[in-house]
Design a protein around this ligand. Structure first.
Ligand SMILES: [Zn+2]
Length: 180
């Protein structure tokens, strides 16, 4: 092992990458969905990198270069320090289920999907997001591990989450939501 193989870090911002999840960067699992997306996202010049990455199985967001806040959805203005330099970073796509609800009466576009579950997920990388839950979910899954998935519709991707079966932590075990 030679130190020469290490990338010199001088000149780069002193933001430790270890602050992010150590889960290796692999493509998100894909879930085939029937038909087109019920409510396709508006894609802007700013959000296009997010949707392009999702199409390739990666979940991305922005992290403030000034204060290292990782937000979701991606932003070009930091809500924490108002910084305007927010480079794109990959998210590991794992987290824990903070809460969920089951939707029986949905807005028009989603009426054909009822009943379905919407979850609030605390990502291991920090941000909390809300998304469709795929598969079975119950109160027994609260605080348990979930993984983000790509919902592959005919006209493009959306993101969702599902409970990681077989990965349940024993009762009383600490979760990834340990405060920093
Ligand atoms: Zn900031």
């Amino acid at each position: 092992m030679s130190g020469e193989s290490e990338v010199p870090m001088s000149g780069l911002p002193a933001v430790p990458m270890s602050g992010l999840s150590a889960v290796p960067m692999i493509g998100l699992p894909e879930v085939p969905m029937s038909g087109p997306r019920p409510f396709p996202p508006r894609v802007s010049a700013f959000t296009r990198p997010f949707w392009d990455a999702l199409d390739q199985g990666r979940l991305m967001t922005t992290r403030c270069a000034g204060c290292a806040t990782v937000g979701f959805p991606p932003r070009n203005l930091c809500r924490s320090c108002w910084g305007r330099e927010l480079p794109w970073i990959p998210l590991a796509g794992r987290g824990t289920l903070y809460s969920f609800t089951r939707v029986h009466v949905a807005p028009g576009a989603f009426r054909g999907d009822t009943p379905y579950a919407i979850g609030i997920v605390d990502l291991a990388d920090g941000p909390r997001l809300m998304c469709r839950m795929i598969g079975e979910v119950s109160t027994a899954d609260l605080d348990g591990p979930v993984e983000m998935v790509v919902l592959r519709y005919e006209d493009g991707p959306l993101f969702g989450a599902r409970v990681r079966t077989g990965a349940s932590a024993p009762p009383g075990a600490p979760t990834d939501r340990t405060p920093a």
